[in-house]
Design a protein around this ligand. Structure first.
Ligand SMILES: Cc1ncc(COP(=O)(O)O)c(C=O)c1O
Length: 368
């Protein structure tokens, strides 16, 4: 397997722990272990007594039981827990695809959603979300991309990097289409439950589509990236088993304390999501004002869900702009070129509590 470097993650490796103001993070404000344990009386004592041996490879039964409550039709046996969503993506691609298969991927996107498949020798076609359509996907276009060797379709909604949320009618049509054509649908739902209007929330693909696989994680909506716990949920038991047997070659099983803490967090997930949505609402309001004041410099395409958006720099080169910004002000934005996107966009993140300070630094940079 020949796999290209993950551009965005390499960029973060360079700056995440050195830049002073992170203004492009894709996760939400985190918590300390103490704050998490405070959600549940008796949990601190239970953590002290928690056994540190190997855990069940599929994920602890009690954690899978909690995760299954996120869904309406999924049983604990239909969940496979990983060390982060990233491991889930990697092993799913390895289990579901082989050299010569054809894969269609919603783009721009988190690079591993297509890069792992390319590394296997899969022929990847990008299904482009365009700014002119407010980042919506065109289902008629998808129908034209499917061909005889097409095995699967990958979508991400709510979306990284645009904050686009698929309308329910499109989501239903996509699920119908993949079922009719016998195509596997891999739906990256790591930002689910961060819809600004709760009425816009989509069902999980795995709950409405027997051919679908849904991806979830602790990192984004719940702000617990350091736990490194993610999962897939699906009724496709044979595919789940194949993916599970590949995990024997990566992590074998998950971290026992992380599973313990994730279980608590999922029991209180509504509280965690509500807290992060409050931070987002406050910061989005600031961004609306900022982009109104600088409408001559940026185009603001307001997201519908999640902690990130993908505005456009109207004049100048986005890589140079981001580079000068981080060097001079310590503010980190993410140039859209790291998604191989040519449109002069950048990713902005707004689910951290210090976002107002970071935005003030960006404004200072623009006015000095
Ligand atoms: C859309 C999407 N999927 C998957 C992941 C991977 O999540 P994790 O880093 O928690 O494994 C990310 C992380 O940024 C993401 O944005």
């Amino acid at each position: 397997m020949q796999i290209n470097p993950f551009k965005l993650e390499r960029y973060f490796a360079k700056y995440e722990f050195s830049a002073r103001y992170l203004l492009c993070s894709s996760d939400c404000e985190s918590l300390s272990v103490g704050e998490l344990l405070a959600l549940e009386p008796g949990s601190e004592e239970a953590l002290r007594g928690h056994w540190l041996g190997y855990t069940e490879s599929q994920g602890s039964p009690s954690l899978r039981k909690e995760i299954s409550r996120i869904y309406t039709t999924i049983t604990p046996e239909e969940i496979l827990v990983f060390s982060g969503a990233e491991e889930g993506i990697f092993l799913f691609m390895l289990a579901a695809l082989k050299e010569g298969d054809h894969l269609i991927v919603h783009w721009p996107c988190y690079q591993s959603l297509f890069e792992v498949a390319k590394g296997i020798g899969v022929d990847v076609t990008l299904w482009e979300a365009r700014k002119e359509n407010s980042w919506a996907l065109d289902l008629d276009e998808l129908k034209g991309l499917v061909r005889s060797g097409t095995r699967a379709i990958v979508v991400n909604t709510p979306h990284n990097p645009t904050g686009f949320l698929m309308p329910r009618s499109d989501f239903d049509a996509l699920n119908r289409f993949t079922q009719e054509r016998g195509l596997l649908l891999f739906c990256d739902e790591v930002y689910r439950e961060l819809e600004y209007d709760p009425d816009d929330r989509l069902p999980s693909a795995c709950d409405v589509n027997p051919t679908a696989v849904s991806l979830g994680v602790m990192s984004k909506t719940y702000g617990l990236a350091g736990l490194r716990i993610g999962w897939i949920a699906t009724h496709r038991s044979e595919l789940l088993q194949r993916t599970a047997s590949l995990k024997d070659y990566t992590t074998i099983c998950n971290s026992a304390p992380s599973e313990f803490l994730s279980e608590i967090a999922i029991r209180h997930r509504e509280k965690l999501a509500a807290r992060n949505l409050e931070i987002i609402a406050h910061n989005l309001n600031l961004l609306d004002g900022f982009f109104f004041r600088y409408a001559n410099r940026f185009e603001w395409i307001r997201p519908k869900a999640g902690p990130i958006a993908f505005p456009k720099l109207l004049e100048g080169d986005i890589e140079t702009f981001c580079d000068e910004l981080v060097q001079e002000s310590g503010v980190l934005l993410l140039p859209g070129t790291l998604y191989d996107h040519p449109g002069n966009h950048f990713r902005i993140g707004f689910a951290r509590r210090n976002m107002p300070d970071s935005l003030a630094q960006l404004e200072k940079f623009l006015t000095e």
